[in-house]
Design a protein around this ligand. Structure first.
Ligand SMILES: Nc1ncnc2c1ncn2[C@@H]1O[C@H](COP(=O)(O)OP(=O)(O)O)[C@@H](O)[C@H]1O
Ligand SMILES: [Mg+2]
Length: 261
Protein backbone atom coordinates (compact mmCIF):
# COMPACT_ATOMS: atom_id res chain seq x y z
CA UNK A 1 0.00 0.00 0.00
CA UNK A 2 1.59 3.27 -1.07
CA UNK A 3 0.62 6.75 -0.01
CA UNK A 4 0.13 7.87 -3.54
CA UNK A 5 -1.76 11.16 -3.41
CA UNK A 6 -5.30 11.25 -4.74
CA UNK A 7 -5.11 12.57 -8.30
CA UNK A 8 -6.65 15.97 -8.84
CA UNK A 9 -8.14 14.64 -12.05
CA UNK A 10 -8.34 11.09 -13.39
CA UNK A 11 -9.53 10.09 -16.81
CA UNK A 12 -10.55 6.45 -16.83
CA UNK A 13 -10.90 5.02 -20.32
CA UNK A 14 -12.62 8.22 -21.36
CA UNK A 15 -13.84 8.38 -24.95
CA UNK A 16 -15.54 11.12 -26.89
CA UNK A 17 -17.31 10.38 -30.13
CA UNK A 18 -18.71 13.21 -32.22
CA UNK A 19 -21.58 12.33 -34.50
CA UNK A 20 -21.65 14.52 -37.56
CA UNK A 21 -24.32 13.89 -40.20
CA UNK A 22 -24.25 10.14 -39.71
CA UNK A 23 -20.46 9.98 -39.45
CA UNK A 24 -18.71 9.10 -36.21
CA UNK A 25 -15.53 10.86 -35.25
CA UNK A 26 -13.57 9.20 -32.46
CA UNK A 27 -11.88 12.32 -31.12
CA UNK A 28 -10.68 10.64 -27.90
CA UNK A 29 -10.37 6.86 -27.54
CA UNK A 30 -10.30 5.28 -24.08
CA UNK A 31 -7.87 7.76 -22.63
CA UNK A 32 -6.60 7.10 -19.10
CA UNK A 33 -4.55 9.71 -17.31
CA UNK A 34 -3.88 10.72 -13.68
CA UNK A 35 -3.08 14.31 -12.90
CA UNK A 36 -1.20 14.43 -9.61
CA UNK A 37 -0.39 17.54 -7.58
CA UNK A 38 3.04 18.98 -8.28
CA UNK A 39 3.22 17.72 -11.85
CA UNK A 40 3.71 19.63 -15.02
CA UNK A 41 2.24 17.51 -17.78
CA UNK A 42 2.68 18.21 -21.47
CA UNK A 43 0.18 16.76 -23.91
CA UNK A 44 1.58 16.66 -27.43
CA UNK A 45 0.20 15.55 -30.74
CA UNK A 46 -0.54 16.77 -34.19
CA UNK A 47 -3.48 18.97 -35.01
CA UNK A 48 -6.67 16.90 -34.91
CA UNK A 49 -5.20 14.24 -32.61
CA UNK A 50 -7.72 14.98 -29.82
CA UNK A 51 -5.80 17.26 -27.42
CA UNK A 52 -8.46 19.94 -27.08
CA UNK A 53 -11.23 17.38 -26.75
CA UNK A 54 -9.37 15.59 -23.96
CA UNK A 55 -8.62 18.86 -22.16
CA UNK A 56 -12.31 19.79 -22.33
CA UNK A 57 -13.23 16.42 -20.82
CA UNK A 58 -10.69 16.90 -18.01
CA UNK A 59 -12.15 20.35 -17.29
CA UNK A 60 -15.75 19.17 -17.21
CA UNK A 61 -16.50 21.44 -20.17
CA UNK A 62 -17.55 18.36 -22.14
CA UNK A 63 -18.65 14.88 -21.17
CA UNK A 64 -17.17 11.59 -22.23
CA UNK A 65 -19.38 9.40 -24.43
CA UNK A 66 -18.05 6.46 -22.41
CA UNK A 67 -15.66 6.11 -19.52
CA UNK A 68 -15.27 8.56 -16.67
CA UNK A 69 -13.47 11.67 -15.53
CA UNK A 70 -13.03 12.08 -11.78
CA UNK A 71 -12.21 15.36 -10.10
CA UNK A 72 -10.61 14.72 -6.69
CA UNK A 73 -12.19 11.29 -6.80
CA UNK A 74 -15.71 12.45 -7.73
CA UNK A 75 -17.27 11.65 -11.09
CA UNK A 76 -17.64 14.91 -13.02
CA UNK A 77 -20.79 13.52 -14.65
CA UNK A 78 -22.46 13.77 -11.24
CA UNK A 79 -21.51 17.38 -10.66
CA UNK A 80 -24.54 19.67 -10.55
CA UNK A 81 -24.55 23.24 -11.88
CA UNK A 82 -23.43 24.60 -8.54
CA UNK A 83 -20.55 22.12 -8.27
CA UNK A 84 -19.41 23.05 -11.76
CA UNK A 85 -19.50 26.76 -10.96
CA UNK A 86 -17.49 26.12 -7.79
CA UNK A 87 -15.05 23.99 -9.79
CA UNK A 88 -14.47 26.70 -12.39
CA UNK A 89 -14.24 29.51 -9.88
CA UNK A 90 -11.95 27.97 -7.31
CA UNK A 91 -10.52 24.63 -8.27
CA UNK A 92 -9.56 24.79 -11.91
CA UNK A 93 -8.02 27.39 -14.20
CA UNK A 94 -8.48 27.03 -17.95
CA UNK A 95 -6.49 28.81 -20.64
CA UNK A 96 -8.47 28.65 -23.87
CA UNK A 97 -6.72 28.47 -27.19
CA UNK A 98 -8.77 31.49 -28.26
CA UNK A 99 -7.84 33.29 -24.99
CA UNK A 100 -11.46 34.13 -24.06
CA UNK A 101 -10.62 37.62 -22.84
CA UNK A 102 -13.44 40.10 -22.37
CA UNK A 103 -12.94 42.78 -25.05
CA UNK A 104 -14.28 45.75 -23.09
CA UNK A 105 -12.08 45.12 -20.08
CA UNK A 106 -8.42 46.08 -19.77
CA UNK A 107 -5.74 43.44 -19.24
CA UNK A 108 -5.81 44.37 -15.56
CA UNK A 109 -9.60 44.05 -15.29
CA UNK A 110 -9.59 40.73 -17.15
CA UNK A 111 -7.13 39.28 -14.66
CA UNK A 112 -8.86 40.85 -11.68
CA UNK A 113 -12.33 39.56 -12.60
CA UNK A 114 -12.04 36.01 -11.21
CA UNK A 115 -10.68 37.45 -7.95
CA UNK A 116 -13.62 39.86 -7.80
CA UNK A 117 -16.10 37.06 -8.43
CA UNK A 118 -14.43 34.97 -5.74
CA UNK A 119 -14.92 37.83 -3.27
CA UNK A 120 -11.24 38.62 -2.70
CA UNK A 121 -10.98 41.99 -0.93
CA UNK A 122 -9.82 45.05 -2.86
CA UNK A 123 -6.32 45.26 -1.44
CA UNK A 124 -5.46 41.59 -1.95
CA UNK A 125 -7.06 41.75 -5.40
CA UNK A 126 -4.94 44.63 -6.52
CA UNK A 127 -1.68 43.15 -5.28
CA UNK A 128 -2.36 39.71 -6.73
CA UNK A 129 -3.46 41.16 -10.09
CA UNK A 130 -0.27 43.20 -10.34
CA UNK A 131 1.81 40.22 -9.22
CA UNK A 132 0.55 37.86 -11.91
CA UNK A 133 0.70 40.52 -14.64
CA UNK A 134 4.31 41.11 -13.63
CA UNK A 135 4.93 37.35 -13.74
CA UNK A 136 3.92 37.21 -17.39
CA UNK A 137 5.76 40.44 -18.15
CA UNK A 138 2.72 42.58 -18.86
CA UNK A 139 2.38 44.98 -15.99
CA UNK A 140 3.25 47.82 -18.36
CA UNK A 141 0.32 46.81 -20.54
CA UNK A 142 -2.17 46.61 -17.67
CA UNK A 143 -4.40 49.42 -18.98
CA UNK A 144 -4.60 48.06 -22.51
CA UNK A 145 -7.64 46.33 -23.86
CA UNK A 146 -7.24 43.00 -25.65
CA UNK A 147 -7.45 44.55 -29.14
CA UNK A 148 -4.53 46.80 -28.23
CA UNK A 149 -2.38 43.77 -27.46
CA UNK A 150 -0.61 41.32 -29.75
CA UNK A 151 -1.77 37.70 -29.91
CA UNK A 152 1.13 36.67 -27.71
CA UNK A 153 0.34 39.36 -25.15
CA UNK A 154 -3.32 38.34 -25.05
CA UNK A 155 -2.19 34.78 -24.50
CA UNK A 156 -0.12 35.88 -21.53
CA UNK A 157 -3.05 37.86 -20.06
CA UNK A 158 -5.17 34.69 -20.36
CA UNK A 159 -2.48 32.76 -18.48
CA UNK A 160 -2.26 35.43 -15.77
CA UNK A 161 -6.04 35.26 -15.37
CA UNK A 162 -6.02 31.47 -15.06
CA UNK A 163 -3.35 31.48 -12.34
CA UNK A 164 -4.63 34.51 -10.40
CA UNK A 165 -6.62 32.49 -7.87
CA UNK A 166 -3.94 29.81 -7.55
CA UNK A 167 -6.27 26.95 -8.40
CA UNK A 168 -4.83 23.49 -7.65
CA UNK A 169 -4.99 22.59 -11.32
CA UNK A 170 -4.53 24.58 -14.52
CA UNK A 171 -5.42 23.24 -17.96
CA UNK A 172 -3.94 25.21 -20.84
CA UNK A 173 -4.75 24.61 -24.49
CA UNK A 174 -1.74 25.50 -26.66
CA UNK A 175 -0.74 28.30 -24.28
CA UNK A 176 2.33 29.04 -26.38
CA UNK A 177 0.67 28.77 -29.78
CA UNK A 178 0.99 32.49 -30.48
CA UNK A 179 4.43 32.91 -28.97
CA UNK A 180 7.89 32.87 -30.52
CA UNK A 181 10.27 30.25 -29.14
CA UNK A 182 11.85 32.53 -26.51
CA UNK A 183 8.48 33.53 -25.11
CA UNK A 184 7.18 29.98 -25.34
CA UNK A 185 10.13 28.79 -23.28
CA UNK A 186 9.53 31.54 -20.74
CA UNK A 187 5.88 30.55 -20.31
CA UNK A 188 6.74 26.87 -19.90
CA UNK A 189 9.46 27.84 -17.41
CA UNK A 190 6.91 29.89 -15.52
CA UNK A 191 4.59 26.87 -15.42
CA UNK A 192 7.44 24.68 -14.24
CA UNK A 193 8.28 27.13 -11.48
CA UNK A 194 4.65 27.45 -10.31
CA UNK A 195 4.22 23.69 -10.23
CA UNK A 196 7.29 23.13 -8.13
CA UNK A 197 6.86 26.11 -5.82
CA UNK A 198 3.11 25.90 -5.21
CA UNK A 199 2.64 22.18 -5.89
CA UNK A 200 -0.23 22.76 -8.26
CA UNK A 201 -0.72 20.69 -11.38
CA UNK A 202 -0.60 21.97 -14.93
CA UNK A 203 -1.59 20.20 -18.10
CA UNK A 204 -0.56 22.08 -21.22
CA UNK A 205 -1.10 20.96 -24.79
CA UNK A 206 1.54 21.87 -27.32
CA UNK A 207 2.88 20.80 -30.65
CA UNK A 208 6.25 22.36 -29.90
CA UNK A 209 8.68 19.51 -29.25
CA UNK A 210 11.36 21.90 -27.97
CA UNK A 211 9.31 22.63 -24.85
CA UNK A 212 8.97 19.04 -23.74
CA UNK A 213 12.11 18.81 -21.63
CA UNK A 214 10.58 21.34 -19.24
CA UNK A 215 7.68 19.03 -18.36
CA UNK A 216 7.67 16.26 -15.75
CA UNK A 217 5.50 14.05 -17.90
CA UNK A 218 4.91 13.93 -21.61
CA UNK A 219 1.93 12.16 -23.12
CA UNK A 220 1.25 11.96 -26.82
CA UNK A 221 -2.13 11.92 -28.52
CA UNK A 222 -2.38 10.13 -31.80
CA UNK A 223 -5.70 9.72 -33.56
CA UNK A 224 -7.54 10.04 -30.23
CA UNK A 225 -5.40 7.57 -28.30
CA UNK A 226 -3.01 8.64 -25.56
CA UNK A 227 0.39 7.13 -24.93
CA UNK A 228 2.93 8.07 -22.27
CA UNK A 229 6.26 9.15 -23.67
CA UNK A 230 7.79 10.08 -20.34
CA UNK A 231 6.70 10.01 -16.70
CA UNK A 232 8.60 10.42 -13.45
CA UNK A 233 10.77 7.38 -12.74
CA UNK A 234 9.22 6.79 -9.33
CA UNK A 235 5.83 7.53 -7.88
CA UNK A 236 6.85 6.72 -4.33
CA UNK A 237 5.88 9.48 -1.90
CA UNK A 238 9.50 10.32 -1.05
CA UNK A 239 10.48 10.72 -4.64
CA UNK A 240 7.41 12.80 -5.35
CA UNK A 241 8.84 15.83 -3.60
CA UNK A 242 12.29 15.66 -5.09
CA UNK A 243 12.80 17.22 -8.44
CA UNK A 244 13.87 14.53 -10.85
CA UNK A 245 17.48 14.69 -11.97
CA UNK A 246 16.43 15.37 -15.52
CA UNK A 247 14.48 18.44 -14.49
CA UNK A 248 15.92 21.69 -15.69
CA UNK A 249 15.93 24.32 -13.02
CA UNK A 250 14.46 27.72 -13.55
CA UNK A 251 16.38 30.82 -12.72
CA UNK A 252 13.89 32.44 -10.37
CA UNK A 253 15.91 35.63 -10.35
CA UNK A 254 15.18 36.11 -14.02
CA UNK A 255 11.61 37.38 -14.39
CA UNK A 256 9.55 36.14 -17.25
CA UNK A 257 8.83 39.83 -17.48
CA UNK A 258 11.78 40.33 -19.78
CA UNK A 259 9.86 38.42 -22.35
CA UNK A 260 8.19 40.05 -25.33
CA UNK A 261 6.29 38.85 -28.29
N1 LIG B 1 -17.39 19.84 -32.09
C1 LIG B 1 -16.90 18.92 -32.91
N2 LIG B 1 -17.70 18.24 -33.77
C2 LIG B 1 -17.22 17.31 -34.58
N3 LIG B 1 -15.92 16.94 -34.65
C3 LIG B 1 -15.06 17.57 -33.81
C4 LIG B 1 -15.50 18.61 -32.92
N4 LIG B 1 -14.42 19.03 -32.22
C5 LIG B 1 -13.37 18.35 -32.66
N5 LIG B 1 -13.74 17.46 -33.63
C6 LIG B 1 -12.86 16.49 -34.32
O1 LIG B 1 -12.24 15.69 -33.33
C7 LIG B 1 -10.88 15.44 -33.67
C8 LIG B 1 -9.99 15.96 -32.56
O2 LIG B 1 -10.06 17.36 -32.51
P1 LIG B 1 -9.31 18.23 -31.41
O3 LIG B 1 -9.58 17.67 -30.07
O4 LIG B 1 -9.70 19.66 -31.63
O5 LIG B 1 -7.78 17.99 -31.79
P2 LIG B 1 -6.47 18.86 -31.48
O6 LIG B 1 -6.79 19.78 -30.36
O7 LIG B 1 -5.43 17.85 -31.15
O8 LIG B 1 -6.14 19.60 -32.74
C9 LIG B 1 -10.65 16.12 -35.01
O9 LIG B 1 -10.83 15.16 -36.01
C10 LIG B 1 -11.74 17.18 -35.06
O10 LIG B 1 -12.08 17.45 -36.38
MG1 LIG C 1 -6.62 21.85 -30.22
Amino acid sequence: MTNRPVPLISAIEASRVYRLSGEEIHAVRQASLDILPGRFIALVGRSGSGKTTLLNLLAGLDRPTSGQVLFEGRDLARFGERDLVELRRHRLGFVFQSFGLLPLLSAYENVELPLRIAGVDAKARSSRTSEVLEMVGLLRRARHRPYELSGGEQQRVAIARAVALKPPVILADEPTGELDSTNAHAIFSLFQEMVHRDRLAIVATTHDQTLLDLADEVHEMHDGSIRSLRTLASDSPDEMFKPPASRKTVDATKPVGTVRS
